[in-house]
Design a protein around this ligand. Structure first.
Ligand code: PEP
Ligand code: MG
Length: 570
């Protein structure tokens, strides 16, 4: 048995598919029989064409025509004689191997397209890269795992999954993910919960332990994974799966109910999302709003330039409209740290998590920041928008960010562009220096949202991505809990509300404490909403307050966790 971090609940049983992201190694070779190389190239093109046609049809049927457009674009590239004929000519002229010739031609076209002024043409560079890499893999005999074209149910095994893997894969066929790296707050884990796919992360070297076709059973809650189990174990996991599914069904009864304790304390249960596509999951799980829309995915999904104001406006509008007037907290760009953009060169830094990122970058590059703020305010007329700044570490930064909003609104006024007058502006509390001055900051915002993923990291000086020290990364750390309590008390004194959008908000062991502290809004992976409502509607707020007070007297995370487990039978 292997043990990793349970990242997304659910029980999975199925065949393994190992996803590799191998770098293609392409060497120049002199060739005698050039016609053999030409045939090799032509065959690889043919196989790629068939593959893409299949994937396109499947995407069209299951995801709609819009989603299938990308594959159509790839087919067009493949049909372009300039590309393939140039590669063939190069093989013959220089008497070299097909892979090297095609790669050279690819580089030439990509450089040419990337330097064009026209955004549409620049985007074609990415298509050329994708398609030629597909052909190159066939020439080199490197396994191509086509996640969009999956046509049987599998458990994906990967070192890590990229946002584009999770965005394009055929989700209906994915029973679960297992990855070598990552923790509960890594983006693959967050994505798995958003997609409601069971997952275990941080398994260290599962990719080298599992082969394609091995039978896997795992528990996305406990992090237990068994490869090629005996019959008895399979039956046990099948029973666990049935029980899990029955429990989820029972939760359906809570849909449409208010999240209110037995003694009448009402809280808001919202969802965290990364794209307008996630609205479906919010509605399915009866979210009362969005507590965190991580806009960086909109930027990360682009290959060669920042998303335009128009593209951003459309995405924000889609979420605001999709949620029918429920409040939507959209966070401004939080890039840097572990999140990079392919088209934006960042200097190498010794400590990227402490470096040039998020609001720091936005206040430096106000051109990027202003485009996003304009898109946000333009979208504000389509619903109930709340704007939130990430990574604020001082009052100066908060005031500077608000100043940029003022400038943007003045420009929009001058241009006669309408926007809503009741947009709330808030900030994340994820850096201790902010948490400590929440009494002052509260006077300048409409709300706070506590980002425990980073607050734990910065309070305890523990890199949230580092497997080796993950035992030190603990949400029950008394220092973290005190900062949370202080933030809530300080905001309430100023009559402001406080949410939490870090992963702790949806954690069944943290909810009793947070409820007792007086948290007003809990924002979590949509899949955690109904279990949270079940708990909240079954307890008294007064009891939770007493319980939280007891917790605050305790000195270690271990003691606190045990106290939760004992009190609530977890
Ligand atoms: C957080 O830090 O808690 C948070 C919600 O932001 P992210 O996980 O995107 O850093
Ligand atoms: Mg954060």
């Amino acid at each position: 048995m292997y043990k990793g971090t349970g990242a997304s609940p659910g029980i999975a049983l199925g065949k393994a598919l190992v996803v590799e992201h191998n770098e293609l190694i392409i060497e120049r070779k002199n060739i005698e029989n050039v016609e053999e190389e030409v045939t090799l190239l032509q065959k690889a093109v043919e196989v790629s064409r068939e593959e893409l046609t299949r994937v396109k049809e499947k995407a069209c049927q299951e995801l709609g025509e819009h989603e299938a457009e990308i594959f159509e674009a790839h087919l067009l590239v493949l049909a372009d004689p300039e590309l393939i004929d140039s590669a063939i000519a190069k093989i013959r002229d220089e008497k070299i191997n097909a892979a090297f010739a095609l790669n050279e031609i690819k580089e030439m076209f990509v450089t040419m397209f990337e330097s064009m002024d026209n955004e549409y043409m620049r985007e074609r560079a990415a298509d050329i890269k994708d398609v030629t890499n597909r052909v190159l893999r066939h020439i080199l005999g490197v396994k191509v795992v086509d996640l969009a074209g999956l046509d049987e149910e599998v458990v994906l095994i990967a070192h890590d999954l990229t946002p584009s893997d999770t965005a394009t894969m055929n989700k209906k066929m994915v029973l679960g993910f297992l990855t070598d790296i990552g923790g509960r707050t890594s983006h693959t884990a967050i994505m798995a919960r958003t997609l409601e796919i069971a997952a275990v992360v941080g398994l260290t070297d599962i990719t080298s332990k599992v082969k394609d076709g091995d039978f896997i059973v795992f528990n996305g809650d406990t992090g237990e994974v068994i490869v090629n189990p005996d019959e008895e174990t399979k039956v046990k996991y099948q029973e666990l799966k049935t029980k899990f599914e029955e429990e989820r069904k029972a939760l359906e009864l809570l849909k449409g109910k208010a999240s209110i304790t037995l003694d009448g304390r009402h809280v808001e249960l919202a969802g965290n999302i990364g794209s307008p596509n996630d609205v479906e999951g919010l509605i399915k799980n009866d979210a009362e709003g969005v507590g965190l829309y991580r806009t960086e995915f909109l930027y990360m999904d682009k290959e060669d330039d920042f998303p335009s104001e128009e593209e951003q406006y459309e995405a924000y509008k889609a979420v605001l409209e999709g949620m029918n007037g429920k409040p939507i907290v959209i966070r401004t760009l939080d890039i840097g740290g572990d999140k990079e953009l392919p088209y934006f060169q960042m200097d190498h830094e010794m400590n990227p998590f402490l470096g040039y990122r998020a609001i720091r970058l936005c206040l430096d590059r106000t051109d990027i920041f202003k485009t996003q703020l304009r898109a946000l305010y333009r979208a504000s007329v389509h619903g109930k928008l709340r704007i939130m700044f990430p990574m604020i570490s001082s009052l100066e930064e908060l005031l500077a960010a608000k100043e940029v909003i003022k400038e943007v609104l003045a420009e929009m006024d001058a241009e006669g562009i309408p926007y809503a007058n009741d947009v709330e502006v808030g900030m994340m509390i994820e850096i201790p220096s902010s948490a400590i001055i929440t009494d002052i900051l509260a006077k300048h915002v409409d709300f706070f949202s506590i980002g425990t993923n980073d607050l734990i990291q910065y309070t305890c000086a523990v890199d949230r991505m580092n497997q080796k020290i993950s035992h030190l990364y603990n949400q029950f750390n008394p220092a973290v809990l005190r900062l949370i309590k202080m933030t809530i008390d300080n905001a309430h004194k100023e009559g402001k509300w406080v949410g939490m959008c870090g992963e702790s908000a949806g954690d069944k062991r943290m909810i009793p404490i947070l409820l007792g502290f007086g948290l007003d809004e809990f924002s979590m992976s949509p899949i955690s909403i109904l279990p949270a409502r079940k708990f909240i509607t079954s307890v008294n707020h007064e009891d939770m307050k007493k319980f939280a007070d007891e917790v605050l007297t305790m000195g270690t995370a271990e003691e606190i966790k045990n106290h939760v487990d004992k009190t609530f039978n977890m």
